[in-house]
Design a protein around this ligand. Sequence first.
Ligand code: SF4
Length: 338
Amino acid sequence: MNRPMAAEPLLDVRDLSVEFDTRAGRLRAVDFVSWTLHRGRTLVILGESGSGKSVSTQAITGILDSPPGHVTGGQALFDGMDLLTLTERARRGVVGSRISLVFQDALSALNPVHTVGRQIAELYRVHRGTSRSDAMKRAAEMLDRVGIPGARGRVHDYPHQFSGGMRQRVMIAMALALGPEVLIADEPTTALDVTVQAQILELLAEIQADTDMGVVLITHDLAVAAEIADDLVVMYAGRVVESGATADVLGDPQHPYTQGLLQSVPSAERRGQDLPAIPGTPPDLMRLPSGCPFRPRCPHAHDRCVTERPALQPAPGELRFGACHLLDQPLSPEGAAR
Ligand code: SF4
């Protein structure tokens, strides 16, 4: 995606920090994370497992497993409100209607003992006071909107009667039923095969093109990010290491982690060659290395990286940020600054 930047911020997350109490002590899962979602754009949060990408959106929407998780700082500004300081009741008035969620595992997110039609219709009845028959009609319209064949009949089916891809469409129908301004989708296509994954991403893009909704999509898959994101936030060890417009970040990655991710994606030019993987594994958040958290895996690490943690700072280009001591020096894949 390469839509022109809209001026209006829709959801503005500033310096969000989240900590967890564990038997081994307190760990910081999200560390001063900031990003801005603009109306009509898709922002992708990209990172490996444990990078803090899901925890940050769970904290914003109030579904963090708490305790043991606690928001320890920051703001999440939406329409003049800070979502992090709303009362539970006020937050319930926003999340689920104006901000909607889609999860990876549609089967466990849907209620197995109610038909999908009833589950969607219930949203109209509770939030809009719609009559039972009108709510059911609207449920069928939503199923049709997300591409479920024979939607009028299928409102009477239960979740287990749908395939994985169709269940994910039902989840998207539920999430979109009340016309949200923000859709947050956490790994919505991870459990699906490649063809169905492409269909679901296409569906999200189509629906977004018809509305002015902002979409936050969380993924570990760079190919998915490249396909759908207008803006990209790359997370590592609970922090943002690089962010900016997708074309800029992927066209000229500034952080060695982003560069390593890009090199490990198959491409036509590298057909038949071994793909270089980033060596090592993500760090244990209880035992982060000194200095830069990416240091043990970084081909460019140098003395300063051992002692000084790089701050997120403006990177070359418009609205680009990076957290690396070598930001102003182009990097070669081999490990030296060019
Ligand atoms: Fe690598 Fe140092 Fe940059 Fe961290 S700060 S990414 S270790 S060069």
